[in-house]
Design a protein around this ligand. Structure first.
Ligand code: ATP
Length: 133
């Protein structure tokens, strides 16, 4: 790790999604995007469903996450996410199908539909599509 980088770990209950040294990382905080350069002040924040942007020394990539927490301390950013997929792991067809299903449910609005659940599913699908776009 150089002066210009910080350690980033992205972890879900299922697996370690990413671990590496990065120059800059942006996460979807519940109150807006949060960007971290190396040696950021300590912080803990809740995360929204959305897209992370990760800048390594020589490449930039995106990660779709569906909520969780971020902790920043000692030049280390730890993202604990409900789910997380790097852009190269995302199945676009699956996200398109999830989007269509959620939109269909929201359009029908029959009494048995859980609106909040459908809205969250739609938001997850849109985040995955944004990450691969
Ligand atoms: P679906 O209805 O397609 O399952 P979902 O939003 O309900 O979508 P989640 O509950 O958020 O799915 O995720 C379940 C698991 O599937 C997690 O491990 C997540 O990383 C993975 N996953 C979900 N959608 C995709 C996708 N489009 N591409 C790759 N992995 C995905």
């Amino acid at each position: 790790m150089t002066e210009k980088t910080q350690r980033l770990e992205i972890i879900t209950p299922e697996r370690k999604v990413y671990s590496g040294d990065v120059r800059f990382v942006v996460v979807p905080g519940v109150e807006g995007e949060l960007g971290f350069l190396p040696h950021h002040a300590p912080l803990v924040s809740a995360l929204d469903i959305g897209v992370m942007r990760v800048q390594e020394e020589n490449r930039t990539f995106k990660v779709a996450i569906s909520g969780g927490f971020v902790e920043v301390r000692n030049n280390r950013v730890v993202v604990l996410a409900r789910t997380a997929e790097r852009e190269d792991e995302i199945d676009r067809e699956r996200a398109l199908a999830a989007k269509a299903r959620a939109e269909e449910r929201l359009k029908a609005r029959t009494p048995d539909i859980d609106i909040v659940r459908a809205e969250l599913a739609l938001k997850r699908a849109l985040a995955r599509l944004k990450a691969v776009s």
